[in-house]
Design a binder for this molecule. Structure first.
Ligand code: GLU
Length: 446
């Protein structure tokens, strides 16, 4: 039978990286087994049943490229069905009415102000095989009679979750470890309905560098924020896939379609997975390097348009296109782009204070160095190798090696110690006059 695999998020207004990983692993499972990938929005919580919250979620899934075959199906539209199942439980004795002090109330009809609890069987062992965690066992004596229907007339999460999985013929549910403890209750609900259990796989917890569970307050957990910072969706998918899973051959950087080829849920491990932003940046920069020029130019557009830190009319597309070849391999994210090129489109470079302090700490030497550079730049040929040679010679006059001599010049011209290759940039994209003017301005500020 073809697997029917679902991702069942509760909308919260943004897609959490943990939730995105769950979406991805369900998608990988469906795609690698030829199954059906189904999206179900679990929006029974009244406050979260707002279209804009769901919209946000759908946009992020779309951005990641996780396409679904069925859905989105909205849990909030199944209320009548949930109620019907609870009614059968009341009639069969699997559940009972209770008042707000948890006292059982006679009867089998819903009533305003009465909740419904599932009756926990006594001393029953419940086991299931989790595709990640192996055999998991619970005893019903450790579980309480739990509410399945609220007194305000709405279903509880576990009930809606179980009924919908059954009705949708779900065969596989891959989700976060935090949901593991609810499984025995769901299995009891499914048994009471007389339907089969889906197979579960619980993905390991995501933790930050202090090995603490990722938290909304402490950590960057919104997929949208990474998108805004200039991470590429394919890099994000690649990175998320590595959170708990590793390719058997150890080659970690590979495209979503290649991951589908080798994905096996049994290779997922139980140990908590560290959400390592540096590793994510490393992967992203590798994807950025791999983009064709045309693709790069298209993707970088939002960062060099209206939001860029220079006056729009100063921007020169040809110059940027030349610079793109020099910077593409240096970027960690697309949002690094403006600070690699802003000095070309600003009247004066935006001088970074730390860079200035670091490189200009010996004003006499720097002044002498920059005056030698300026003199030799006056009437030389404006070419990369020649500029490099002249700076090497100017450095020798003040006993500085090229690396050290280049640093203050870079800060004078670009404003920062880190940036695109300096001599190429000056040769290709700046005029002699501009460079000399910047050297002179820097000397005056020493
Ligand atoms: N709606 C649940 C959540 O977002 C997930 C339910 C499930 O995957 O079974 O936490």
């Amino acid at each position: 039978m073809k697997p029917r695999v679902r991702f069942a998020p509760s909308p919260t207004g943004f897609l959490h990286v943990g939730s995105a990983r769950t979406a991805l692993f369900n998608w990988l499972y469906a795609r690698s087994t030829g199954g059906t990938y189904i999206l179900r929005i679990e929006d029974t919580d009244q406050e979260r049943n707002r279209p804009e919250l769901t919209q946000q979620l759908l946009q992020e899934l779309d951005w990641l490229g996780l396409d679904w075959d069925e859905g989105p199906i909205f849990q909030s539209e199944k209320l009548e069905r949930h109620r019907e199942v609870v009614q059968t439980f009341l009639e069969s004795g699997h559940a009972y009415l209770c008042d707000d002090e948890n006292r059982e109330v006679e009867g089998t009809s819903f009533a305003q102000g009465l909740a419904v609890r599932f009756r926990m069987p006594q001393d029953k062992t419940i086991s299931f095989t989790d595709l990640v965690r192996g055999e998991v066992t619970f005893n019903t004596d450790d579980l309480e009679d739990f509410v399945i229907w609220r007194s305000n007339g709405t279903p509880m999460f576990l009930l809606a979750n179980a009924v919908d999985d059954a009705d949708m013929g779900i065969t596989h549910a891959i989700r976060g470890e935090d949901l593991l403890s609810g499984v025995p209750k769901v299995l009891l609900l499914l048994d009471a309905m007389g339907v089969e259990h889906p197979t579960y796989a619980h993905l390991p917890l995501l933790v930050n560098e202090q090995r603490k569970k990722l938290s909304k307050r402490r950590d960057d957990v919104a997929v949208g924020d990474y998108r805004g910072k200039g991470f590429l969706p394919e890099a994000m998918v690649n990175y998320l896939a590595l959170l708990g899973w590793g390719p058997p051959d150890g080659v970690e950087i590979r495209s979503p379609s290649e991951i589908v080829e080798i994905f096996n849920i049994e290779d997922v491990n139980k140990a908590a997975a560290f959400f390592d932003i540096q590793k994510f940046e490393h992967i992203n920069s590798s994807y950025l390097r791999g983009l064709s020029k045309e693709d790069f130019m298209q993707r970088v557009e939002p960062w060099i348009g209206k939001e860029a830190p220079w006056p729009e009319e100063n921007f020169d597309q040809d110059k940027f296109s030349t610079m793109a070849d020099l910077i593409q391999e240096k970027l960690r994210t697309l949002s690094d782009t403006p600070r690699f090129v802003d000095f070309l489109f600003l009247e004066q470079p935006d001088i970074d204070e730390d860079s200035w302090k670091k490189t200009m700490k010996d004003p006499e030497v720097v002044d002498s160095l920059l005056s030698h550079v300026a003199n030799s730049f006056e009437d030389c040929e404006w070419e990369t190798e020649i500029l490099k040679d002249l700076v090497t010679k100017a450095g020798e006059k003040v006993e500085l090696k090229l690396g050290k001599a280049q640093a203050p010049l870079r800060v004078a011209v670009t404003g920062r110690t880190v940036g695109p290759p300096l001599f190429e940039t000056m040769a290709c994209c700046m005029t002699r006059e501009e460079v000399l003017k910047r050297i002179s301005t820097a000397r005056k500020s020493l």
